[in-house]
Design a protein around this ligand. Structure first.
Ligand code: NAD
Ligand code: WQD
Length: 339
């Protein structure tokens, strides 16, 4: 079974390529390396013993994308990770985000239709729920007005997909990720943010290793037990495994509708201070942090209702918060010692 993984040298994509190859899938990666490095292909080969095919080009380029699909018209499925994902940057550069995230998706859909490629797994996000009225949040919860252009690209993408399946033979599984963290146990692949990290865990590990001076904890006046915001952190390898299950479900024609949505979270929420405490415990280091004001656009608390994914996909996130922070720390140390 041959699978195209767009964004396959990125954070979640690279972990998914490893799981796919370990389950016997043949993988082709397309990535323009706008937020990742070509060396990730070597790391994947080192972990799995198999070198995935890698083509470097921009999926926003309609002709290049059409040409790719003409050359690879025998794909059994596509897992589409390639997108820009920095929330703050999307506020400053909305058109860059709309163009990259939406045009690439449309080019891929055109390629699928032209070549009768039936199955697409799409990377969506819990950001589509905003601050949900009910917690844990289920897939049936209403979509709130997006907080950022980035979030809006995910909402619009889901709409583009829903409209497209109605007039084509394409099937789609949209996976709404909560907060992926951690790294592969080999410490050969992991999260590699460019510049100053926006996300909590890379900021923690970079502070602990001495690249950042201090972590700012954004807000301690939320309506939560310790006052800091709550998220559903999920290990990236657990997340990657769900993609293998999703693409297999499509190939094996087990879908119940042509457009399915699944939450990918653990079902548990943890506060920022709980993540910090976990990190300090597993790393046996003291983290330099201070409490500052809230970050604009942050929701107070969100965690997944994962019942539908657990039941329908037969998948469950297995790794604990301590395993997540420990693997993030192992990756940070290994990466810095190599570079
Ligand atoms: P990432 O930036 O590490 O990976 C994305 C990859 O796509 C990068 O390697 C980048 O070079 C590539 N890419 C971007 N635009 C491209 C284009 N036009 N053509 C070819 N390649 C392109 O991000 P990630 O964390 O692995 O996220 C993967 C997907 O999951 C994204 O769609 C993201 O929006 C979504 N997502 C991520 C998170 C998260 O917290 N990491 C949460 C929810 C959803
Ligand atoms: C987690 C918590 C921060 C950094 C983002 C996107 C979302 C999805 C996942 C893609 C929050 C706090 C953070 C710091 C802190 N991505 N924090 N100090 O904002 O939940 O979600 O990534 O779809 O769309 O918005 O993740 O890791 O940035 O923040 O106190 O330096 O950590 O306030 O409560 P977030 P995050």
């Amino acid at each position: 079974m041959k699978i195209l993984v767009t964004g396959g040298t990125g954070y979640i994509g690279s972990h998914t390529v490893v799981e796919l190859q370990q389950q016997g899938f043949e993988v082709i990666i397309v990535d323009n390396l706008s937020n990742s490095q070509a060396g990730v292909v070597d790391a994947i080969a080192q972990i799995t013993g198999i070198r995935p095919v890698f083509e470097k080009f921009d999926l926003v380029d309609r002709e290049m994308t059409a040409d790719f699909f003409r050359r690879h018209n025998d794909l059994n499925g596509i897992i589409h990770f390639a997108a820009y994902k920095a929330v703050g940057e999307s506020v400053d550069k909305p058109l860059m985000y709309y163009r990259n995230n939406l045009v690439s998706l449309m080019n891929i859909l055109e390629g699928m239709i032209a070549n009768n490629i039936p199955n697409l797994v799409f990377s969506s996000s819990c950001t589509v729920y905003g601050q949900p009225d009910e917690l844990p949040v289920a897939e049936t919860a209403p979509i709130k007005k997006a907080e950022s252009p980035y979030g809006n690209t995910k909402q619009i993408s889901e709409e583009v997909l829903q409209d497209t399946i109605k007039s084509s033979k394409i099937n789609v599984i949209a996976l709404r990720y909560f907060n992926p963290i951690g790294a592969h146990d080999s410490a050969l692949i992991g999260e590699l943010p460019l510049g100053v990290p926006n996300n909590l865990v890379p900021f923690i590990t970079q502070t602990a290793i001495g690249i950042r001076q201090q972590l700012s904890v954004f807000g301690e006046d939320y309506n939560t037990p310790d006052g800091t915001a709550i998220r559903d952190y999920i290990h990236v390898v657990d997340l990657a495994k769900a993609h293998v299950i999703a693409v297999s479900r499509m190939i094996n024609k087990k879908m119940k509708q042509p457009f399915e949505v699944f939450n990918l979270g653990t079902g548990n929420g943890n506060s920022v201070l709980e993540v910090i405490n976990s990190f300090e415990r597993v790393s046996a280091t003291k983290l330099n942090y201070k409490i500052v004001g809230r970050r604009a656009g942050d929701v107070e608390k969100v965690w997944a209702n994962a019942d539908f994914s657990n039941k329908e996909l037969g998948w469950k996130a297995e790794k604990s918060l301590d395993e997540m922070t420990a693997s993030a720390w192992k990756w940070e140390k290994a990466y810095r010692s190599r570079s």
